[in-house]
Design a protein around this ligand. Structure first.
Ligand SMILES: NC(=O)c1ccc[n+]([C@@H]2O[C@H](COP(=O)([O-])OP(=O)(O)OC[C@H]3O[C@@H](n4cnc5c(N)ncnc54)[C@H](O)[C@@H]3O)[C@@H](O)[C@H]2O)c1
Ligand SMILES: [Zn+2]
Length: 359
C-alpha cells in the first residue's frame, strides 16, 4: 500500500493510501489501549455510507467509540457547530487520551481538526478524507479552522494529524461535480510542481474520468507527496513557499465571494482561476500561448468550467485587493513560467489583471 511520509520532526506522520482499506483506522487510533476512546466526527451524507466500516473494527478491538454527525455543507464550519461539538465531547467524557477522527470531506476535516486542536488544549487527530479535494489537499498539511460570517477560514490553527487514512474506493459515491472539482486541484499540482505528473494526467483522461482505482491511487499518492514537499519546507506559511499552492486562488476567491459562495464549487473556481492566471502569465511574457492551451485542454477534458462568472469586473478586482494574499496594498500572483514551475510575482498592473479575465 503506498505510504506518503510527512516529515515534520516531532509532528511527522504517515498518509496511507489504498483501495478497500477504510477499515484500517485502528492503527492510527491506539484502539487496543485499555482506555481507548475515539470521537468520530462525520457529516450527514457520509454517515450512512462509511461510518460503520470505520467504527466497527475499532469497537471490536475494545475501543469506546462515539459518533458525532454534523449537517453536510460549508455552513457547518461555524463557531456554533464547533461549540456544539465541544459540548458533546464533554458529555461523552472526552479527555486528553481521546482521539478525534475526521471522516468526511474538507468541511469535516477542517471543523473536526479545529475542535481537536482546541478541546482540552489539543487532542490527537486522525483524518479519513472522503472527497477527492480532501484526499489530495485539505487533509494534508495541518491547516484546520472554521469560518466567520465575515470571512472564510478566519479562525483556525495549524494542527497536524497523527495519521491520514485514504481509501480511494469511497470516491465512487462522490457526486460528479464534487469529483471534478477535486480534479482541478489535481491539475494544479501538475502545473505548479510536476510536469511529468501533468503529462501522466493527459495520458490518462479516460481512466481518470472513469474513476479507475489504480489510477486514483497513483494520483492521490502523487498529490499528497507534492503537497507534503511544500508543507515540510513551510509548515506554517512563513517563508512564502506554501503560497505556490494558491495558484489560481486569488482569482478563485474573488469569483467565490462575488457569486456568494453558491454558484461555484471551490474546485470549479480554481479551474477558472488557473485559466486567468495562465493568461496573465502569458500577457507578462512568462509562458506562451501553447502553455495556456495545454492547460485548457486538460481542464476541459475533466469537464471543468473555464469561463469567468458573469459579475462586475470592478467588483472582482476590488475583491482581489481584499483577499488575504495582498501584501501592503500590492497584489501578488502565483504564475507559471513553464510546466511544473511557478513563481510569486508582485506588482502586477490592474489592467493586466482585468485583461486576463477574458478568454
Ligand atoms: N485545510 C486545508 O488545507 C484546506 C484546503 C482546501 C480546502 N479546504 C476546505 O475544504 C472544504 C471543502 O471540502 P470538500 O470539497 O471536501 O467539501 P465537503 O466536505 O462539503 O464535501 C462535499 C460534499 O460531498 C459529500 N461527501 C463527502 N464524501 C463523500 C463520499 N465519499 N460520497 C458521497 N458524498 C460525499 C459531503 O457530504 C458534501 O456534501 C472547504 O471548507 C475548504 O475551505 C481546506
Ligand atoms: Zn483550493
Amino acid at each position: 500500500m503506498p505510504t506518503v511520509h510527512v516529515n515534520l520532526g516531532p509532528r511527522s506522520y504517515d498518509i496511507e493510501i489504498g483501495n478497500g482499506n477504510l477499515a484500517e483506522a485502528a492503527k492510527f487510533c491506539d484502539a487496543e489501549a485499555d482506555d481507548a476512546h475515539a470521537v468520530v466526527i462525520t457529516d450527514s451524507n457520509v454517515d450512512g455510507l462509511y461510518t460503520e466500516t470505520v467504527t466497527d473494527p475499532l469497537a471490536d478491538l475494545g475501543c469506546e467509540v462515539d459518533i458525532l454527525v454534523i449537517e453536510a455543507g460549508e455552513q457547518s464550519k461555524s463557531s456554533d457547530v464547533a461549540a456544539e461539538l465541544w459540548e458533546r465531547m464533554l458529555d461523552e467524557g472526552a479527555d486528553r487520551k481521546s482521539v478525534v477522527v475526521a471522516l468526511g470531506g474538507g468541511v469535516v476535516g477542517d471543523l473536526a481538526g479545529f475542535v481537536a486542536a482546541t478541546f482540552g488544549r489539543g487532542l490527537r487527530f486522525v483524518q479519513i478524507p472522503t472527497t477527492l479535494l480532501a484526499q489530495v489537499d485539505s487533509s494534508v498539511g495541518g491547516k484546520v479552522g472554521i469560518n466567520l460570517p465575515g470571512g472564510k477560514n478566519m479562525v483556525g490553527a495549524f494542527w497536524q494529524p497523527r495519521g491520514v487514512l485514504i481509501d480511494v474506493d469511497v470516491l465512487q459515491s462522490l457526486p460528479d461535480r464534487e469529483y471534478r472539482a477535486g480534479l482541478a486541484e489535481v491539475v494544479k499540482y501538475g502545473v505548479i510542481q510536476d510536469a511529468d505528473f501533468f503529462a501522466y494526467l493527459e495520458a490518462n483522461i479516460e481512466p481518470v474520468n472513469d474513476r479507475e482505482p489504480s489510477v486514483l491511487t497513483r494520483i492521490v499518492e502523487r498529490c499528497c507527496r507534492l503537497k507534503a514537499d511544500v508543507v515540510e519546507q513551510d509548515e506554517r506559511e512563513e517563508t512564502g513557499l506554501r503560497s505556490i499552492l494558491n495558484y489560481g486562488h486569488t482569482f478563485c476567491h474573488a469569483f467565490e465571494a462575488a457569486t456568494g459562495y453558491e454558484q461555484l464549487l471551490h474546485g470549479e473556481g480554481v479551474a477558472i482561476g488557473m485559466m486567468c492566471a495562465a493568461r496573465l502569465s502569458e500577457r507578462l511574457g512568462r509562458v506562451d500561448a501553447a502553455f495556456v492551451e495545454r492547460q485548457r485542454v486538460l481542464l476541459e477534458a475533466f469537464r471543468l468550467p473555464l469561463d469567468v462568472p458573469d459579475v462586475d469586473r470592478d467588483e472582482l478586482i476590488e475583491l482581489m485587493y481584499r483577499d488575504k494574499k495582498v501584501e501592503r496594498g500590492k497584489l501578488r500572483f502565483v504564475l507559471p513560467t513553464r510546466m511544473g514551475h511557478v513563481e510569486l510575482v508582485r506588482d502586477v498592473a490592474t489592467d493586466d489583471i482585468v485583461a486576463s479575465l477574458h478568454g
